[in-house]
Write a protein that binds this ligand. Structure first.
Ligand code: HEM
Length: 414
């Protein structure tokens, strides 16, 4: 008897895929997860394209085997051009050891539990000010007035960015990341366009200027700590500093803003989960925050490049060849039915919740995961304690992208 051929999988490399409604994309990923091996999208003969890693176990394996799955030359699509990297410096997400470990060691000094305890107070103060503002001004859009504002003000405060250039920097951050992986307009391929790069250059110029001043006269802030730090007897170059600050702003602001917006919307469209949470805010908020990150998965994918031939899942597994790329689809891993019972349900009591929203572990695991959790917890605690009726109105305005689950705006009321 003839066996039925597997249907053609949805083409993840086609920008149009990322414009499909969420249920259609989820169904495509579920179908890909059910296959015995990752599907290659693109032309394998020429090496252009990627293996789609869609299962939890595969994303974890790639993340935790960094000597095989390299982050260089880049983890986004397309990889940053060589001239861009020379001009702007290599971002640590795109580096491998030893340079990655070296940079991560310095930068981690800013994220120790002791320092994050100190930041907790700032986070609480900023959250209180934001809810004051909601009550006073009754803004319509949750994203610009609340969700983007909190992580941005927190990072600026940690870094020691003075009040004056903050508005300009926020505007530049938005422009820098607006187009990464965006599948719109259709005729263009996924790209990082010039507009974003000009914004990046200006932003790095501002931060480098502050860095130079702090090097001469250090203060009690992150920029001072980093510009006066020595890495293994070597100082960071100005470009490395600029690259790190841009990464922090883009990685720390956009992701948290999208998680907060998705979070408010999820609690609105799941009233039973919301009632549960409000009945025991202290007991359930931590789990709710992680479930928001799992369910919305703010970063859709990062890539890796194979250093050597590798059999996925051990000997006899699907062969990935040296030089080929893999895409780690965090959102798909977070809906893997082998790991998460009833994976599409939004369940704030889910335990355990080994989601990969902050990465699959390994050396590049999100440096700001704890900070992001602190921010989300503080904001929702303040919001629901003072305005228990706070909820989204209508559907979020989403930006189609293969890179992040970006929310452009979300109307809300209280
Ligand atoms: C809900 C919010 C956030 C999400 C969903 C998120 C997600 C991620 C993911 C998926 C990675 C890649 C992990 C990997 O490749 O294994 C990452 C890396 C990173 N994140 Fe986050 N992130 C969030 C918030 C933040 C914040 C608040 C900061 C800092 C202020 C931050 C800083 C970074 C940095 C510096 C890296 C690169 C680490 C490295 O390459 O060593 N993130 N994040």
């Amino acid at each position: 008897m003839e066996q039925a051929a597997s249907p053609e999988p949805a083409d993840l490399a086609d920008p149009r895929f990322w414009q499909l409604p969420a249920p259609a994309r989820a169904a495509a990923f579920a179908e890909l997860r059910s296959r015995p091996a990752p599907v290659f999208f693109g032309d394998r003969a020429t090496g252009r394209g990627f293996h789609a890693l869609v299962r939890h176990a595969d994303v974890v394996e790639a993340s935790r085997t960094p000597a095989v799955f390299l982050s260089g030359p880049g983890v986004t699509t397309p990889v940053p051009a060589r001239w861009v990297r020379l001009l702007f410096g290599d971002s640590m997400v795109n580096l491998d050891d030893p340079r990655h470990a070296q940079l991560r060691r310095i930068v981690s000094r800013a994220f120790t539990p002791r320092l994050l305890d100190r930041v907790e107070e700032d986070i609480r103060r900023i959250s209180t000010e934001l809810v004051d503002r909601i009550e006073r001004e009754r803004p319509e859009d949750f994203v610009t007035t609340v969700a983007a504002e909190l992580p941005f003000q927190v990072i600026c405060t940690m870094m020691g960015i003075p009040e004056r250039p903050r508005r300009t920097i926020l505007d530049l951050v938005n422009r820098t990341s607006e187009d990464i992986g965006v599948a719109r307009p259709l005729r263009r391929r996924l790209r990082v366009p010039g507009r974003g790069l000009r914004a990046l250059a200006r932003m790095q110029g501002i931060v480098a200027g502050i860095g130079r001043r702090r090097r001469r006269r250090p203060e009690e802030d992150l920029i001072s700590a980093l510009v006066t730090a020595d890495v293994d007897g070597r100082r960071l170059t100005g470009r490395e500093l600029g690259a790190f600050f841009s990464l922090l702003l883009v990685a720390g602001v956009e992701t948290t803003r999208n998680a907060l917006a998705h979070g408010l919307h999820l609690l609105t469209v799941h009233p039973e989960q919301r009632a549960l949470l409000l009945a025991d805010l202290d007991g359930l908020l931590g789990g709710a925050v992680d479930e928001m990150v799992r369910h919305s998965t703010p970063i859709i994918q990062f890539n890796r490049t194979l250093a050597v031939d590798h059999e996925l899942g051990g000997s006899g597994g699907p062969l990935l060849r040296a030089g080929e790329k893999v895409a780690l689809f965090y959102g798909s891993a977070n809906r893997d039915e082998e790991v998460f019972p009833d994976p599409d349900a939004f369940d704030i009591t889910r335990t355990p919740n080994p989601h990969l929203g902050f990465g699959g572990g390994g050396p590049h695991y999100c440096l700001g995961a704890h900070l992001a959790r602190q921010e989300m917890t503080a904001l929702f605690r303040e919001l629901f304690t003072r305005l228990p009726e706070a909820r989204s109105v209508g559907e979020p305005q989403l930006v189609p992208s293969s890179f992040d689950h970006r929310v452009r705006s979300l109307r809300f009321t209280f």
